[in-house]
Design a protein around this ligand. Structure first.
Ligand code: SAJ
Length: 445
């Protein structure tokens, strides 16, 4: 007997519906724990046996500082509301299945949907009549119609909006604030029908206090990829202004501060590069949706090129500083401060520092790395700085804000400091004996 949408909605409202979350990463783990905490029985389905073991032991598998997450997982596992397995067959009893697997792009900037296909194909073979499937992963616009729905219909011999229901609710998580953002950030809820969207709103209302906007699939796909493309272009603009200021003799940070005093101006922060698993990828997901259509995209690819070029620009500032100190790159010992892509995070995915290290090593430099959040790069900065010719600040970790620059300078073999995140004041750095080269500062002698 097909469970009608009304019946499913009732079971969602009274929390008797059985939930599943496929993919227990930085998106799946908090959402599974939050629904379990709201009172649902939640089944986590994950490929990685280590991760399953960690969660079933009531521990948090997500690295980095995530306030509230570890306690939440411990509680919902202990109370038996969250259980994790590798076995897709267990999905046969589930009424609502969320999919939160990775959707990266490849070196040709095209979507890599291997994990998504695998999850959908496995789910389709056990899909319960009347179940609601919701994809939280970011998708190239058109993917719900062209890939997700066909795989589920074909693999289950069911028809969407008749035998099962299908939605897309793109995640808006931010590392370091996973729980609070999940509760307080507005979400777009894209249903395969208006009724499905409403049922999804009833579901997410259990864990999200913010506005939930019902929409259709394509709108939800476009909103998510556009919002991150918007951010990428804004950052690229700030980076291009930084390059202009270096050439024209201005200080981009002063310029940005005064520009943003003009109404409706919100210039973003220039920096050593744009990393992570969202911003560098989502513009390409958006662009891939129209790769065979008319619109000749220029702005989105150009912004990606500007941002991807920032680590090389940081390397240029290193070479400038070294040349002024009469040292070649091949002779240089360089200490890179920060390997994570984001301040106070341990996440190094697509980190600008990875690219910088490659460029410096290609030039023959000996590169040492420090990062307080990444195990292999932890250690005493003074020890790491000993004998170095250059210090390059790539990630604005809070720990770097109060460095003893005098002490560090005293152990270095040359005085070059390159600041990619506006962390150090020129006066203080020079007083400590450094020759500082700041990204976006035209007074770099
Ligand atoms: N960055 C700049 N200048 C800026 C802002 C960021 O250079 O003005 C760099 C960062 O250093 C980092 C990269 O861009 O290398 C990405 O930074 P991010 O602040 O965008 O952080 P993410 O990657 O965690 O982005 C996520 C996104 N959330 C989702 O995709 C659900 C993004 O939409 C959010 O705006 C962002 O978090 C956020 O605001 O924290």
């Amino acid at each position: 007997m097909i469970l009608s949408l009304d019946k499913l909605q009732t079971r969602i409202i009274d929390k008797s519906a059985r939930l599943a979350v496929i993919g227990l990463g930085y998106v799946g783990v908090p959402v599974a724990a939050m629904f379990a905490n709201a009172g649902f029985d939640v089944l986590g389905v994950e490929m990685n046996p280590e991760r399953i073991k960690t969660i079933n032991a009531g521990q948090n598998p997500i690295e980095g500082e995530e306030p509230g997450l570890a306690d939440l997982i411990a509680w919902v596992v202990k109370s038996g509301k969250l259980h994790t397995t590798q076995d897709y067959a267990a999905l046969k009893d589930c009424d609502v299945i969320l999919i939160a697997v990775e959707t990266p792009v490849n070196e040709k900037h095209l979507p890599e949907y291997g994990a998504l296909r695998q999850a959908l194909t496995s789910l389709a073979s056990t899909l319960k009549d009347g179940a609601l499937v919701i994809v939280e992963s970011t998708l190239a616009p058109g993917t719900m119609h062209a890939l997700v729905c066909p795989i589920l219909e074909k693999g289950s011999a069911k028809k969407v909006n008749r035998d099962f229901y299908l939605g897309h609710c793109p995640e808006r998580v931010m590392p370091g604030k996973l729980i609070t953002n999940l509760q307080n950030i507005k979400r777009v809820v894209g249903g395969g029908s208006p009724e499905t969207a409403q049922t999804m709103v009833s579901l997410y209302r259990h864990i999200i206090q913010a506005e939930l906007d019902a929409a259709d699939w394509i709108t939800a796909e476009l909103v998510k990829t556009v919002e991150n493309s918007y951010r990428d272009i804004q950052i690229a603009f700030a980076n291009e202004v930084a390059l202009i200021c270096e050439a024209a003799g201005g200080d981009v940070w002063k310029v940005r501060e005064l520009v943003n005093k003009s109404p409706e101006r919100h210039m973003h922060q220039p920096g050593a590069g744009v990393g992570g698993h969202c911003i560098p990828k989502d513009p390409w997901l958006l662009a891939s949706a129209v790769k065979d259509a008319q619109p000749q995209l220029r702005l989105i690819p150009a912004a990606r090129a500007v941002n991807d070029g920032m680590p090389a620009h940081m390397a240029d500032l290193v070479k400038l500083g070294l040349s002024r100190a009469g040292i070649t790159l091949a002779e240089a010992r360089v200490l890179v401060l920060g390997y994570a892509y984001l301040q106070d995070s341990d996440d190094a995915r697509n980190s600008p520092s990875v690219e910088l290290v490659k460029v410096l090593q290609a030039g023959g430099a000996k590169v040492i790395i420090h990062d307080p959040f990444i195990e292999e790069f932890k250690g005493d900065i003074i020890d790491k700085a000993r004998g170095c010719h250059v210090l390059v600040l790539m990630t604005a970790h809070s720990a770097y804000r109060n460095l003893d620059l005098d002490k560090i300078r005293s152990v270095m073999a040359a005085p070059v400091l390159v600041d990619g995140r506006n962390l150090f004041e020129r006066g203080k750095a020079e007083a400590a004996g450094f020759e500082i080269y700041r990204l976006g500062d035209g007074s770099n002698e």
